[in-house]
Design a protein around this ligand. Structure first.
Ligand SMILES: [Zn+2]
Length: 210
C-alpha cells in the first residue's frame, strides 16, 4: 500500500504537488480525499479546515461527506468543488465562502449564514436551507431540485438558470432576486411576495403560488 495520498493538486500554490495529508485509507487516498463512506473524522475538524484556509493551504477536492460542522465558523473559506454531501452545517457561518460547484446534496444548513457566498453551479439537491440567510449570494445555475428554502432570506441573490424544480420556497424572502431562466416547476412559493422579484425573464410555470 502507498504511504502517500494519490491525489495531486491542480490549482493554487500546491498545483502539480502530491497531497501529503494523512492518514491513508484503503482506497490509497488520505482521509480528506478518500471517497470511502463513514470516515473517521478527527476531533477539531473545524479548526483543521480553518487553519489550512488561514495558511493559504488548499482544500481542493476534499470529501467532507457526512461531516459534523454544526455552528462552524467557515467565513470566506474556499470550498470550491468540495463534497459536503449530507454534512451538518446547521447554524454555520459560511458568509462569503466560495462554494462554486460544491456538492451539498442532502446537506443540512438550517439557519446557516451564507451572505455573499458564491454557490455558482453547486449541487443542492434535497438540501435543507430553511431559515438560512443567503442575502446577496450567487446561486446562478444551482441544481436545487427538491431543496428546502422555507423562510430563507434570498434577497438580492442571483438565481439565474437555477433548477428549483419541486423546491420549497415557502415564506422565503426574494426581494430584488434575479430568477431569469430559473426552473420553478412544482416549486412551493406560497407566502412569497412575488411583486418583489425582479420580473425580467421569470417564468413561474407550474409553481404553487398564493
Ligand atoms: Zn489527500
Amino acid at each position: 500500500m502507498n504511504d502517500r495520498c494519490a491525489y495531486t493538486f491542480t490549482r493554487g500554490a500546491d498545483r502539480n504537488k502530491r497531497c501529503t495529508l494523512s492518514p491513508i485509507l484503503k482506497d490509497g487516498l488520505c482521509l480528506w480525499h478518500s471517497r470511502e463512506e463513514r470516515k473517521p473524522y478527527p476531533q477539531g475538524l473545524e479548526e483543521f479546515l480553518l487553519g489550512r484556509a488561514e495558511q493559504g493551504l488548499s482544500l481542493e477536492a476534499f470529501d467532507l461527506s457526512g461531516a459534523f460542522l454544526r455552528s462552524a465558523n467557515l467565513y470566506a473559506v474556499d470550498l470550491t468543488g468540495v463534497s459536503l454531501c449530507g454534512a451538518d452545517l446547521a447554524l454555520a457561518d459560511l458568509s462569503r465562502a466560495r462554494l462554486a460547484r460544491a456538492d451539498l446534496t442532502n446537506a443540512f444548513l438550517f439557519g446557516a449564514m451564507l451572505t455573499g457566498a458564491d454557490l455558482t453551479g453547486a449541487f443542492l439537491i434535497g438540501a435543507d436551507f430553511s431559515d438560512a440567510d443567503l442575502f446577496g449570494a450567487n446561486l446562478g445555475r444551482i441544481d436545487a431540485f427538491d431543496a428546502d428554502f422555507r423562510r430563507a432570506n434570498l434577497s438580492l441573490t442571483n438565481l439565474r438558470d437555477a433548477d428549483l424544480t419541486e423546491a420549497c420556497l415557502r415564506d422565503a424572502r426574494l426581494k430584488g432576486s434575479d430568477l431569469a431562466g430559473a426552473r420553478l416547476g412544482k416549486a412551493d412559493m406560497r407566502g412569497v411576495d412575488l411583486s418583489r422579484i425582479n420580473p425580467v425573464g421569470v417564468n413561474f410555470g407550474s409553481a404553487v403560488t398564493d
